[in-house]
Ligand binder design. Structure first.
Ligand SMILES: Cc1ncc(COP(=O)(O)O)c(C=O)c1O
Length: 386
C-alpha cells in the first residue's frame, strides 16, 4: 500500500505536487527561446523572494556550492574575514573561506545560542584600519535551530561605519523567515533549492550587490566553474555558461508560482505558527529544547534534547516504521544528544498535529511517561489562538 512520507528533516522538504509534476517536464534546448523565457520568469520572481533589486545568479549545485562561489568571487588569499562558529553550517562558511586562503577571525558562540551583536562589535571595533573585508553570517543555523537577529547584527556594522561586505547564508531561511536583502543592504545572500523553495537539492541561488561586484573585479581566489562574470553574462541572454539543470528550472517556476499565490508574508506567518505549535507540543511532552531563548527559535527546524534512556536511532526507527515520519539527528558535537524536527516548506496544520502525535506515541512506545493526547492538544491551542 502507498503511504505518504512525512519528511520532517530540515531539508530537503516534502515536495508539493505541482513541483513534482514540473520536474518531469520534457527536455528543451537550453539555448532556445523557451529556456530563456523560463530564466526570465525565474529571475524576476526570485528577486521578489530575495526582496532585492540586485543581480541573482543560479548555479547547478547544492547550497554549499553557492557558499563557495560567494567566497571565491569576492575575496583574495590573505583577506581578513570574520566567521562565526555557532553550528555546523556557520562553521562551514568560515572553513570554505579558510581553504581558499582567507585569514579568519573566528567568533565562537555556544551551539544553541544566537550570535550576540556585542561579540561582533568587539571584533569590528578592534579593526582600527578597517582591514576586515567580509563578515560571514548564517541567518538560520540549521544544526541547532537558531535564527540570528540579522537586523541587530547588521546595525552593529553600520553604526561602526565599517566597510566590510556582509554575506548571509540563507539556505534554511529564504522563503521561510523574512529576509529583506535590500532594506538591510546585504551584499551576498546564498540559498539552496531544497528548503523554502521546496525543490530537490540541485540549485544554489545567490544575490550579488553592486559592492560585491566591485569586490569581484579585484578578487583573485581561483575559480572557473563558479565565476560570477560568465554566469551573469550568459544569464542576461537567457542561458548559462554550461548545461543547466533544466528540470529544476521548470520546478523553480512552479515553486515561485506557489509562493506568489500564497504570498511571502503569509508564508512567514504559517512557518511561525507551525513552529510555535510544534515547540509548544514538544515542551508539553516534557521535552527540553536546545534553544532556551525562544526569541531566536527557528521557524524552519526545532532541536530537542533526547530524553534520558531514549536514543536517536530507536526514536527515529519507531517514527519511520509506525508513522512514516522521518526526523533528523544531531550533527557533530550534538550527535546522540538531540533530535531535530524540520517544519519548513510545504507543511500545514493537519500534518503538524499528526507529526507531534506520532512523536508522542513513539516516545510512549519507548517507555517515556506521557499522557496520550498531550501533544495534539498543545499544538491545537496554538492554532486556535492565532
Ligand atoms: C544553513 C545551511 N547552510 C548551508 C547548507 C549546506 O547546503 P547543501 O547541503 O545544500 O550544500 C545547509 C544545509 O542544510 C544549511 O542548512
Amino acid at each position: 500500500m502507498y503511504r505518504e512520507t512525512y519528511l520532517q528533516i530540515p531539508g530537503p522538504t516534502n515536495i508539493p505536487k505541482p513541483i513534482l509534476d514540473a520536474l518531469s517536464s520534457k527536455a528543451i534546448n537550453h539555448r532556445g527561446d523557451e529556456y530563456a523565457a523560463l530564466m526570465e520568469f525565474n529571475v524576476k520572481h526570485l528577486k521578489k523572494v530575495f526582496k532585492t533589486k540586485n543581480d541573482i545568479l543560479i548555479f547547478p549545485s547544492s547550497g554549499s556550492g553557492g557558499l563557495e562561489a560567494s567566497i571565491v568571487n569576492t575575496l583574495s588569499p590573505g583577506d581578513k574575514v570574520v566567521a562565526i562558529n555557532m553550528g555546523v553550517f556557520s562553521k562551514r562558511y568560515g572553513e570554505i573561506a579558510t581553504s581558499f586562503g582567507a585569514e579568519i577571525t573566528w567568533i565562537n558562540q555556544e551551539w544553541g545560542s544566537a550570535l550576540n551583536p556585542n561579540r561582533l562589535k568587539d571584533v569590528l571595533s578592534k579593526d582600527f584600519k578597517n582591514e576586515i573585508k567580509a563578515i560571514l553570517l548564517t541567518h538560520n543555523e540549521t544544526s541547532t535551530g537558531v535564527t540570528n537577529d540579522l537586523h541587530a547584527l547588521i546595525r552593529v556594522v553600520r553604526e561602526l561605519n565599517h566597510p566590510a561586505l556582509i554575506f548571509v547564508d540563507a539556505v534554511s531561511s529564504l522563503a521561510i523567515t523574512d529576509l529583506p536583502t535590500d532594506l538591510l543592504d546585504i551584499d551576498i545572500v546564498v540559498t539552496g533549492s531544497q528548503k523554502g523553495l521546496m525543490l530537490p537539492g540541485g540549485l544554489s541561488l545567490i544575490s550579488v550587490s553592486k559592492r560585491a561586484w566591485e569586490a569581484h573585479n579585484n578578487a583573485s581566489m581561483p575559480k572557473w566553474y563558479w565565476n560570477f562574470t560568465p554566469m551573469l553574462e550568459r544569464m542576461k541572454v537567457g542561458q548559462m555558461p554550461y548545461t543547466p539543470v533544466i528540470s529544476h528550472f521548470f520546478a523553480l517556476k512552479a515553486s515561485l508560482e506557489i509562493i506568489e499565490n500564497e504570498g511571502l508574508e503569509n508564508i512567514y506567518n504559517r512557518h511561525k505558527q507551525n513552529a510555535d505549535a510544534i515547540r509548544n507540543a514538544l515542551e508539553e511532552l516534557g521535552l527540553k529544547l536546545l534553544v532556551s531563548d525562544n526569541k531566536y527559535s527557528s521557524n524552519a527546524v526545532t532541536a530537542v534534547y533526547l530524553p534520558d534512556d531514549i536514543n536517536y536511532e530507536d526514536l527515529s526507527k519507531v517514527l519511520e516504521d509506525d508513522f512514516n515520519v522521518i526526523i533528523g539527528g544531531g550533527l557533530q558535537q550534538l550527535s546522540g544528544k538531540i533530535f531535530r524536527v524540520g517544519h519548513l516548506g510545504n507543511l500545514h496544520k493537519p500534518e503538524v498535529i499528526a507529526i507531534v502525535t506520532s512523536i508522542e506515541i513513539s516516545l510512549k512506545k519507548l517507555g517515556y511517561n506521557v499522557t496520550l493526547g498531550t501533544a495534539a492538544k498543545a499544538a491545537s491551542r496554538v492554532f486556535l489562538n492565532n
